[in-house]
Design a protein around this ligand. Sequence first.
Ligand SMILES: Cc1cc2nc3c(=O)[nH]c(=O)nc-3n(C[C@H](O)[C@H](O)[C@H](O)COP(=O)(O)OP(=O)(O)OC[C@H]3O[C@@H](n4cnc5c(N)ncnc54)[C@H](O)[C@@H]3O)c2cc1C
Length: 266
Amino acid sequence: MLSVETFETIEEAAGAVGERSRFMAGGTLLMVAVNYGNQGFDRIVRTSDRRLGEISNAGDRVHIGAGVTMAKVAASRDLAFLAPAARSVGGPAIRNRATVGGNLFAPHPYGDFATALLALDATVHWADGREEPIETVLQNRGQSIGLAAAVSVPRPQADEFRFLKVARVKPKGASVMALAAWLPKSAGRLENTRIAFGAMGATAARVKACEAALNGTNLDERGIEPALQAATEGLSPQDDALASGWYRREVAPIHLKRLLIPERRL
Ligand SMILES: Cc1cc2nc3c(=O)[nH]c(=O)nc-3n(C[C@H](O)[C@H](O)[C@H](O)COP(=O)(O)OP(=O)(O)OC[C@H]3O[C@@H](n4cnc5c(N)ncnc54)[C@H](O)[C@@H]3O)c2cc1C
């Protein structure tokens, strides 16, 4: 027997999330689990709290409620830099339901939007008031049962942030890989670079060796060569119906080059 309960506030809903219950946001994945008779939970928790669907500016950051849909991100002027990542998730029907919060917990090969958030060093704001870097949320997500209320991201300068999704079926296919780069510059050279790959492991992950190789360089062919060599260092891409782990590893430097020097895209 499966029960569904809707709470007025995020805090009340968070209190009801536990071992045998699941929070439902857009339901694009959770309803599939229900339809397949998943026995891991017998209670679905929802909330009608409007705060979950809000986008707001706070200083140099943008706060995005965990219940904001991909369609809403794609239509938001404040989030224009994230629109390519939002538009890469599923087709229009999925994007009308799929939420930012749900994407943090989507299993491989999903999590395209989370890949973009990881490159941007997003902060996850939990319903109980805790704030946590997205990197540790993704690393520990199998263990944590909590309710994400929002994420916040810094607003990158124009052309500092890039996103690329590689899929066999276009425009709606799941990722062979997703790539995101945050490329701030100082005196014409890259600094504090962040590179994230999606669908190249159980969750989106940064490649710190690649970031280190980019820092201090220009975005030109010679400058990025060491970073391309280190493109998959520390990643463990899986075999699945879309591609083998071997293939993913082989083509990652090619797609990274296309991301870093877009004019070379075919
Ligand atoms: C046909 C199809 C195509 C898809 N294509 C893509 C794609 O191209 N790219 C991609 O990345 N994904 C894709 N997805 C997966 C999915 O639609 C997205 O990842 C989406 O963002 C999940 O959000 P949701 O709100 O629907 O999550 P739900 O199904 O509501 O929840 C998914 C999981 O996340 C948990 N959860 C949800 N919100 C929160 C929260 N605020 N705090 C804590 N836990 C939470 C739920 O408890 C559940 O375990 C696709 C799915 C389908 C069915």
